[in-house]
Ligand binder design. Structure first.
Ligand SMILES: *Cc1c(COP(=O)(O)O)cnc(C)c1O
Length: 374
């Protein structure tokens, strides 16, 4: 049996007629930039996030970059975040010549550890970027409290967490802004790059929507330095077809996650830790990520037996060559560094079959059996 990490083909086949009609409509109307599809998606995603404004941009990475600019973060400022995330989180900070300040993570959720934030604050700190990793929101109450006390913006990196909740609050409700990615592999994926920022702050929303069109308002009059970063109308047309299915898909992911939990905990609880879901969180399982022993060996065994898996993330950001100038060294973020050795994500998508899940866990069990014999 072959089990891919992700298979987008079945979803496309199911929605093909509607998607083609939606694309055809855009092409016939020939409004390709910031047309009615982008407008509709911005409104729908803002409503879904319980906030007023959505600003469609070219990618999740640009959503982070433009959020920082929208929140007034400038060269030389410091922004606190985690080193256990996709590169773009810290890349966005570096791109504006601000300084990423990394704090360690909570070993259970892999999200930023709020108890470590205050010690990292200096007078240059302007913002915190909590990342809602794998589809579970970070522990927002203490983060909101610290941000209030020190007058910091909160930019939620929600690239993996559209639809997740924390104590009944949606992504976007607790941050100054929240950033979504519609990269094809995300829970709500376009057929190319796309992203969106949501916020309840009118002035910030306005500033960000000007920045994405070269800082131009009215057209050809420039008061701020922006650039070209718009959510493409054709991508929005696809996303408008997919968006009404998002919650169903995320619920299917949750079911698959609970099936994995059950299968793994029955027989492998001594060598594997299944994902920890805070009771007050609604986890949307963008990734289903285990902590395992002998991770690299297990991964290559699974590969040989037809099961693809991924390591998110093998190298923490504080030890990446591009951030060498920040002066971090091995041992600075021990919980993060350990997670980089142990994390393994299993195949996860709404169309994943029960037989595939059983096969994956059977192969994992075989690996540890063979290992015990050797
Ligand atoms: C995917 C992702 C991004 C970047 O989104 P793009 O749309 O690929 O630019 C940022 N942060 C996290 C945590 C992500 O997973």
């Amino acid at each position: 049996m072959q089990v891919p990490m992700l298979d987008l083909k079945e979803q496309y086949q199911n929605l093909k007629t509607e998607i083609h009609a939606s694309l055809e409509d855009v092409m016939s109307s020939s409004t390709f930039i910031l047309g009615k599809n982008v407008k509709k998606l911005e409104q729908d995603v803002a409503d879904y996030s319980n906030v007023k404004y959505g600003v469609g941009v070219a990618s999740g990475s640009d959503a982070l970059h433009i959020s920082l600019l929208g929140c007034g973060v400038e060269e030389g400022d410091e922004v606190i975040t985690t080193a256990f995330t996709f590169f773009a989180t810290a890349g966005a900070i570096g791109r504006i010549n601000a300084k990423p300040v990394f704090v360690d993570i909570d070993p259970k959720t892999f999200n930023i550890d709020p108890t470590k934030i205050e010690a990292a604050i200096t007078e240059k700190t302007k913002a915190i970027i909590p990342v809602h990793l794998y589809g579970q929101m970070a522990d927002m109450d203490p983060i909101v409290e610290i941000a209030k006390k020190h007058n910091l913006a909160i930019i939620e990196d929600a690239a993996q967490a559209i639809g997740a909740t924390y104590k009944g609050k949606k992504v976007g409700e607790l941050g100054t802004t929240a950033c979504y990615s519609f990269f094809p592999t995300k829970n709500l994926g376009a057929y190319g790059d796309a992203g969106m920022i949501v916020t309840d702050d009118e002035a910030i929303a306005e500033k960000m929507s000007v920045i994405r069109v070269h800082g131009s308002k009215p057209k050809y009059y420039h008061h701020v330095l922006g650039y070209n970063s718009r959510l493409d109308e054709l991508q929005a047309a696809i996303l408008n077809v997919k968006f009404p299915h998002l919650d169903d898909w995320s619920n299917l992911r949750r079911e698959k996650a609970h099936t994995y939990n059950q299968l793994i905990n029955e027989q492998l609880s001594d060598v594997i830790v299944t994902p920890f879901e805070e009771e007050h969180n609604h986890h949307i399982f963008h990734q289903y990520t285990l902590r395992v022993q002998d991770r690299d060996e297990l991964q290559s065994y699974l590969k040989d037996h037809g099961v693809s898996t991924m390591v998110y993330y093998p190298k923490p950001l504080h030890l990446q060559p591009v951030f060498e100038y920040l002066g971090y060294k091995e041992g600075d973020l021990p919980v993060t560094e350990k997670a980089c050795q142990e994390a393994l994500s299993l195949p996860m998508f709404p169309e994943l079959k029960q037989e595939q899940q059983s096969y994956v866990v059977e192969q994992i069990a075989n690996f540890y059996k063979e290992k015990a014999k050797a």
